[in-house]
Structure formats: C-alpha cells, structure tokens
Write a new protein. Structure first.
Length: 568
C-alpha cells in the first residue's frame, strides 16, 4: 500500500488577498475577508490554500516587497487575524500555505535602510554591494545594479530597484531568514510558496553574463535582453539551499514547499533533490502556462512531466497565476489574442475551460488553481499609463500591441481584479464606493452565485471533479500511463493504484468522437452526450469521460462499478 505525503496529493487554490473579499469596506481584500470565504473554498473541494503575501510592505509590488516578515500590512489585518486564519483553515480540515519572499526585501526594510547608510554598519554586508557593477541584467531588463549615494556603492536587485537582494553568502542573513520561516511554521503554517527561489544565489565572483541572441525570455529559456543569466540564476549553491530549506521545514513535520523557478526542466528539477525528493517538495513548471488547446500539446506535456518528475517526485499542473494571463485568454475569443480561434464563442470557451479543469484535476500531479478560474474569470484591459503594477511603467517605449502579439502579460493588474462573487455592486467583493482595481465588467454574467445554481456550470464541474478526486485514491496517488490508438484530438490516460484502474478520455476537438475500448464502467461524464455503451465510447465535442476499467492484477479483485456522476 502506498501513501504519499499530503503535499504530493493535495489540491491548491491560490488567493490574491487584495482581490478576494473585502470585509471592512475599504475597497481592498483582507484576511478577515478570506476567513469569511473559507467555507466557499472548502465546499468547492480544495484542500490547500496558498495566499500571496500580506506582510508589512510599502506595496510597491503589492506585497512582494516586504518590510516586516512577521507582521501584517494594516490594510490586510493584524497578526491576530493571520493566526485566526491559520486556525480557521485547520478547523475546516484545510492546509494553509504562505508566500515567502526569500530573495529580496523592500528597500524600506530596516535591514536595508541600515545597510545602505555606510560600508561598516552592522548590516553592511546583508545585501549585495559592489564598487563597480558587473554586466548583469535584472529579470525585467536593464542593469540590476543601483547606485546608493550614501554609501557610494551599487546594490544588486534581481527584480525591481526597490527590491534589493539579500546576501545569502552572509551566514547571519541565512539564519535570520530561516528563523522567519521557523516563526511561521511554529505558528502552524503548512508550508510555503517560494518567490523567485532560483535567483537567491548569484556568482560569488560576479563574472559577467555571456551574450545571447534571445530578446524575450521563455519559461524554458530564461535568456533575455541579449544576455544569458548564467551567473545570476540557478547557481549550484541554490540547489544546496533548497535542501537546507527543506530540512528546516522537516523540523516541523510534513510541510509543503513549492518553488517559483525557471530555466528548463532539467535544471529546475534539481531543486527537488537528485535521486530522492530531499529538496523542495514541489516546483512550478511554467512552460504549461503557454498551453495550446490540443490533445497533442497535452500528451506531450504529460510525457515530459512524467519523464522529469517521476515518483518519488510529483509534478504541479498550473495554468495561471497573479503574473500571467488567465487561462480563458488562451481558450479563444479573447480579441486581443491575434491567434485566437475564430470559433471562440463564449459557450465554446466554457466547454474548453471545463475540459481543461478535467485534465488538471485528473492527471498525475498537484493541481494549482488561481482564484476566479473556477468561474472562468477573464483578463481585464487597462491602459498601461495608469497601471498600479510597476512593470508596464518600465516599458513605455514600446506600444502595447507588441506585448499582445507576443502573448506577454505586462500589466498584471489585468489578472488581479476583484473576485466576482455575485451580480450586485462591485460583484459582491466590497461595499466600498470604489475598489482598488475595477471589477471586470462581465461580473453580472460571470459570478459565483450564478454558477452555484447552474447544474453544469464551470464552477459545479470543478466541484464535481474535485469530489471524485477526493473519493478516488487512485486519482490522487495512482501512477499514470498514456493510452495509445485513440482518434485524433482525443487524449487518454490511465491512473493505476492497488489493483484499481481509472481511465480518463478527453476530446480536445469540437467534433464528436466514437471509438472502441476495453470493457469499462462510467464514473463521470463532462456532458450528457458523453457516454459509454457496449464497449463503444461516444465523446461530444470537448467532451470527457472518467471510466473504471478492469485491471488484471493477480489476486486482486476488480472493484464493482459505482453509478456515474455528472457535474450536477
Ligand atoms: C514573483 C512574483 C511576482 C513578483 C516578483 C518579485 O515573480 O510572482 O508577483 O513581482 O516575484 O517578487
């Protein structure tokens, strides 16, 4: 009997706290607001919540610039609210994961304020200071070295200038940061999402990065702005640090750690450990955020994930977050996508979204869903000039259509709009006059309340799939085998565990498919037209089926087939 650690079989729901639920009518989401909505997430069926940062911060990068790691930004609540949130999640049998920004602090963190004053203060060596900059570029282009008058030196920042990188080669820094990790673990937090974890170490000798022909980074190849970040990301010391981080987590039992890492699968896999999973428990693999909605794409993806993250590792399946386009953007009918499917009607998008959810919740891996994806929230469109996100302001020299053409999300405000709870004022997110970002105009049609009562809504489909996943250990822990000999456009895989076999068939085509399979019993159908009879499978366009299949393991009894369930 296998039994995986909880963090390898859980399901994750990502909350962007500023936009989830505003409990005090100031137009900004907050921690008491999350507590009020925990039942919604539990009833939907997610087991773990990950919350983007809510610690003290000048909010220049909306919390990814922290000025106090052990206290809460007043607009989100108090330390006592955070502790209550942990407890409230646990009372509901859920796990809670915080977002830890280990690489950098805010420039307003007292450590940096002190560090920049002179070359010989007690924190002088807590950040990365140089007399002369190397040629290194930051992750968003341009030199990442910034001059500080007071000290007459340059400090390094991997991301934006107000986010100075900590110096992990100083043991005091590492100790201080790991103590913060221990602080929250001691308060009962079940783990961490680790912000840009792969840039924590930089080359000790500050060697110049080599030239590259690449201008725009991809998730596989991070070279950009004509530079290969050879000495600024994925340094060997960073893989060692992943194991040190893990051992701190282990002091508190089974705790989740999921790294935001980039740079190609072979490299990012190293953050998990070598032969055994003794590094981070999970990593995000962002290439799939650029998915194409075809069976071939997903077949290739599964093959790659199985190859790079076989047992005892576990892949994460994630299609959107607070930095990237929402998945609806890739499912067609987004007029800003020049390659959008001409057939991308709203109804079709909804069917595609259900199929995507069915894939994400049944494939071997930990699914991670960004808030609002369960109702099909879409990107907003805001002018760059008035963006709250600092990034678009750095690219004012290039017109918007260039980024749209590249499919790059520049203004992240567009995917961070308030959660659409119902059809009332501000989509039920806040009773304030205005909200920190405007609610998406489609909220009267796209909201939770509406989808709760529509039997076959995306929301109820996600709920039904999560229920099956919780009921079927095989879907949580089973191995995976891709099925061959399927009609074009159909993806199929079997999940297998302890003599049980479940088959998943997904039709990525808008045309109906009919084909033969071995004897099976129906467990779930995505649409009422999907059916199995007399060993023949009928899949509607964008249809999907989950089937029980006999699995010939000597001495094991084939379980009886329970009656099928549908999204209702
Ligand atoms: C990560 C976060 C992003 C943030 C950046 C700097 O990529 O997801 O939102 O701006 O790191 O901390």
């Amino acid at each position: 009997m296998t039994s995986l650690p909880w963090y390898h079989k859980t399901t994750i729901y990502q909350i962007y706290p500023r936009s989830f639920y505003d409990s005090n009518a100031d137009g900004i989401g907050d921690l008491p607001g999350i507590i009020q909505k925990l039942d919604y997430i539990r009833d939907l069926g997610f087991e773990t919540i990950w919350i983007s940062p809510f610690f003290c911060s000048p909010q220049a990068d909306f919390g990814y610039d922290i000025s106090d790691y052990t206290d809460i930004a007043p607009e989100y609540g108090t330390l006592s609210d955070a502790l209550q949130l942990i407890e409230a999640a646990h009372q509901r049998g859920m796990k809670i994961v915080f977002d830890m920004v280990m690489n950098h602090t805010s420039e307003e963190h007292p450590w940096f304020r002190e560090s920049r004053t002179s070359r010989d203060n007690p924190k002088a060596d807590w950040y990365i200071w140089r007399d002369k900059p190397s040629n290194w570029y930051s992750m968003i282009g341009g030199s990442g070295w910034h001059y500080a008058e007071e000290r007459g030196q340059y400090y390094w920042s991997s991301f934006l200038p107000f986010q100075p990188d900590l110096n992990y080669r100083n043991p005091e820094v590492k100790q201080a940061m790991l103590d913060i990790v221990r602080f929250w673990l001691g308060k009962g937090v079940d783990g961490f999402r680790l912000d840009i974890f792969n840039v924590i170490y930089k080359d000790a000798d500050f060697r110049d990065n080599p030239f590259s022909f690449s201008l725009v980074p991809t998730d596989e190849n991070p070279a950009s702005f004509f530079q290969e970040p050879k000495y600024t990301i994925n340094q060997p010391e960073n893989f060692v640090f992943a194991r040190e981080f893990r051992s701190v987590c282990d002091e508190f039992g089974e705790r989740l750690s999921v790294g935001e890492v980039t740079g190609g699968r072979k490299v990012i896999r190293k953050f998990l450990g070598e032969a055994t999973n003794n590094g981070l428990t999970l990593v995000f693999d962002f290439e799939m955020m650029n998915f194409k909605f075809t069976a071939d794409y997903f077949r290739h993806l599964v093959r790659e994930m199985e190859r790079h993250y076989p047992e005892p590792f576990m892949p994460v399946y994630v299609f959107s977050n607070h930095d990237k386009h929402r998945s609806m953007y890739r499912l067609g009918n987004d007029l800003r996508t020049p390659f959008a499917s001409p057939k991308g009607k709203r109804s079709e998008r909804g069917r595609k979204a259900k199929l995507l959810a069915m894939f994400q919740l049944t494939v071997r891996g930990v699914p991670c869903l960004y808030y609002g994806e369960e109702i099909g929230m879409t990107d907003s469109k805001f002018p760059f000039a008035t963006a709250l996100d600092p990034i678009p302001h750095r690219f004012t020299f290039a017109p918007r259509f260039v980024f749209d053409l590249l499919g790059t999300l520049l203004n992240r405000d567009e995917v961070r709009t308030p959660m659409q709870w119902d059809g009332t004022h501000n989509a039920g997110f806040s009773s304030a006059q205005t909200t920190w970002l405007p609610v998406h105009g489609n909220y009267p049609a796209v909201n939770v309340e509406k989808q709760q009562v529509e039997a076959d809504s995306l929301l109820n489909t996600v709920r039904a799939l999560l229920k099956i996943r919780r009921q079927e250990k095989c879907l949580q822990e089973g191995s995976l085998e891709l099925l061959g000999n399927l009609p074009k456009g159909v993806l199929g895989y079997a999940r297998m565990l302890e003599g049980k076999k479940i088959m998943v068939l997904l039709n990525f085509d808008d045309q109906e498919k009919e084909f033969q399979v071995e004897n099976t019993g129906n467990l779930f159908n995505l649409s009422t037209k999907d059916r199995v009879g007399n060993q023949t499978i009928h899949l509607a366009g964008y249809g999907g089926l989950i089937l029980h299949a006999p699995f010939a393991v000597p001495g094991e009894e084939v379980p009886a087939n329970p009656p099928p369930q549908t999204a209702a």
